[in-house]
Design a protein around this ligand. Sequence first.
Ligand code: GUN
Ligand code: FE
Length: 442
Amino acid sequence: TQSTTVYRAAILNFLSDPDIDGEDAYQFFQDGALVIENGKVANLGEASEILATLAAGVKIVEYKDHLIIPGMIDTHIHYPQVEVIASYGEQLLDWLNNYTFPAERQFEDKEYASNIANFFLDELLKCGTTTALVFGTVHKQSVEAFFEASEARNTRMICGKVMMDRNAPEFLCDTPESSYEDSKSLIDTWHNNGRQLYAVTPRFAITSTHEQLQKAEQLMQEYPDVYLQTHISENKDEMAFVAELFPDAKDYLDVYDQYNLLGKRSVFAHGIHLNEREHQRFRETGSSVSFCPTSNLFLGSGLLDIKELEEQQVAYSVATDVGGGTSFSMLQTLSEAYKVTQLNGNKLSALKSLYLATLGNAKTLQLDDKIGSFKTGNEADFAVLDFNSTPLMALKQGKCKTLAEKLFAMIILGDDRAVQATYVAGNCVHDRDVTIHSDVNI
Ligand code: GUN
Ligand code: FE
């Protein structure tokens, strides 16, 4: 049975990077129509043109004074760190030991993990984020709980079990063998199961032995289309410890490179303090850096220079890194990305920001043939943004003349309140003014 629904609103869609292609990089329809058929994008255009082509009786949903954009994508986030947000006073290594590791211990309990997974996914959807690349904990059941919760919402999510076998409390350590077996079993069950995808997840160089990194390498060889996610060069003390643990590596990235963990589906969070050789290896392998501005500010890690990455032709995406990051909202994250870029003496435009949060992030995940834009046939994940979401936003929007100004105000002043509704594969999964009861018991 064919089901068709048309969404009428202002609509913004990217075709490419606006810093490179200017006005050719995006489509903007002040009075647009997005046609969804069976959970996929069927058409996009001016409402006047599209509505004339439709059969009588097709359902039309109108969002007056709203902006529809593709569902946003978060390329680095930890679902077990919801409660770690806003933990006072530490930088990375002490923050991990004092706050994060104790919190992650609770995910040995599958029921606890399910509760948090459900909370986490609802929070993302409230913020208009429909896809994320997500860390679980060391516990296999944490990832089972996550995928079950994502499957129930039909969200496209990428998740992996953390591999860590040293320099962490014993209660959070696996072994090379158990991490391999657990990851393998999760891949066999969940990778490409519906919309779920798997990422091999060594936490970072500090917490894996040589033997465990070899197991990660083996997994990547046995399953060439899974992702790899980890952390790199976030914090100076972290980097000094890595240099101590791997004296033979040329630099931090070389640790991962020695185990052949680089590639187009490899996402390295932070990368604040990379050298030119590392940039070159990122470029040569198509690996990407995930820029996490709220986390980098909150943990005092540093200011990533995205213009330098562009000059070096290093692919990068934008992410929240909750719970080192302080917000689930990609709008707030883009706002902090703007400020970090200002401190580096550069600019980050609103169009570029929204490109990054949608098509740009989809490209770094090699998923732009499925999500991140309203290309015909793509999965119909989208967010409906409200230009009048708060009195201040409404006042400011009234003063904005151009689209660029309106989008910039949306980013700088926006958060979850600016998201009127979120759709996943054509179904409304969040409406700010309606409580939608999911079929998952919490
Ligand atoms: N490096 C290793 N683990 C983590 C983590 O959980 N959060 C952040 N921000 N950095 C890390
Ligand atoms: Fe992280």
